[in-house]
Design a protein around this ligand. Structure first.
Ligand SMILES: [Mg+2]
Length: 380
């Protein structure tokens, strides 16, 4: 028996956020935050359904919806128990569709659509287990978790045995960390004040509101005119004071040398990290940026397909620069963001899970790797 998935309904949902420039950044100055939103309808007597979404910034959202509809036959008609019995196999059935895979592979529209369906299946799984997603993941044994992950392209960087060992190592403190997290909450950062289209006054006002809500880490979108970037960064730094963390995100707009130069100019505001300084595909470029500037450099919304890490993975630091996300690329759900819509994001669950299970500390998501000595901006 089990819970049978009867239908996958994909909806094209868009919000006109470009009107207020909410969510704007250097590469995407006029985003309309949107989602290909999937509902997996089932024959469960309580009417349980699995909900999942993938994020886009407007035009082209219909392509994701179409790709969801093309991939849905891999799920519709199966039972949830069948899918969760072999989550690695379920993942592979989607990313290794014998014809659709050509359109990726494991990147672009088909991969965004895959994310919506994977998220929806995990949502249904958590509902049937009567647990929030983070708790479902936290309660899995190391072996169960590792069995979710497709190691096909990452095994030379991390083997299933190593991953199991990493998770087992943190088992002794798990219950205590869970209690602490439930008692104290879980750290997060916000970009609410930092969208690139916001006025200087709005940055200050929203930064104060974010601090009043308890945020201690705020992110600023950069990658516009350098003088404007520095002015806005100074405004945010002044608003939040010297002790809170200020992160910056260029959304891929710079070349590698340009990124290094830009980050030197921003060094005076002591950025905690730079997110997406250059092309998300340029692993070695990220490593070079990280070598020569003070702030940590990492990927952002674009997770690297496993094979894409190959050029850099054997180089020292490549795995670290990838921010550990590689471990989670396969088979574990991730929504792309909350953003200005304040959608409750799956990354929250994922961060909780990572803090609980891998890092053994609650603030992995907002803890940056050790920075090099701060270098002042160049003269002139
Ligand atoms: Mg980003």
């Amino acid at each position: 028996m089990g819970t049978k998935i009867l239908r996958a309904v994909a909806r094209d949902i868009r919000f006109p956020t470009s009107r207020s420039l909410d969510g704007s950044d250097a590469m995407n100055p006029d985003p309309d935050y949107s989602a290909a939103y999937v509902v997996l309808e089932t024959d469960h007597p309580d009417g349980l359904a699995g909900h999942g979404l993938t994020f886009t910034v407007g035009r082209g959202n219909e392509l994701c919806v179409a790709a969801v509809e093309l991939l849905a036959p891999h799920i519709v008609g199966r039972t949830l128990e069948d899918l969760t019995h072999d989550l690695r196999g379920f993942w592979r059935s989607l990313v290794a569709d014998t014809q659709l895979r050509w359109l990726g592979p494991e990147k672009g529209v088909v991969h965004l659509a895959t994310a919506a369906l994977v998220n929806a299946v995990w949502d249904l799984y958590a509902k049937l287990e009567k647990k929030p997603l983070w708790k479902l993941l936290a309660d899995m044994s190391p072996e169960q978790l590792v069995a979710c992950i497709d190691f096909r392209y990452i095994e030379d960087a991390l083997t299933p045995q190593e991953a199991t060992h990493l998770l087992r190592r943190q088992l002794p403190g798990r219950a205590k960390r869970e209690q602490e997290m439930l008692r104290d909450g879980f750290p997060a950062y916000t970009t609410s004040a930092g969208w690139i289209g916001y006025s200087d006054e709005k940055i200050t006002k929203l930064a104060h509101e974010a601090m009043a809500e308890g945020f201690t880490q705020l992110k600023l979108k950069v990658g516009g005119d350098p003088a404007s970037d520095l002015r806005r960064a100074r405004i945010l730094r002044e608003a939040i004071g010297p002790d809170r963390q200020l992160m910056v995100d260029a959304n891929q707009v710079w070349g590698v040398d340009e990124a290094i130069e830009a980050m030197r100019a921003l060094a005076e505001v002591n950025p905690w990290w730079i997110e997406e300084p250059t092309s998300p595909d340029d692993v070695l470029g990220h490593l070079r940026i990280r070598e020569v500037q003070a702030a940590a450099a990492g990927w952002g919304d674009r997770l690297l397909p496993g094979g894409q890490l190959s050029p850099g993975r054997r180089q020292r630091g490549a795995r670290r620069a990838a921010d550990g996300r590689e471990v989670w690329r396969a088979g574990v759900p991730a929504c792309r963001r909350g953003g200005p819509l304040r959608v409750r994001p799956a990354p929250g669950d994922l961060r909780l899970h990572r803090g609980q299970r891998v890092a053994g500390e609650p603030d992995l998501r907002v803890r940056r790797p050790p920075a090099r000595a701060l270098r002042p901006p160049r003269e002139g």
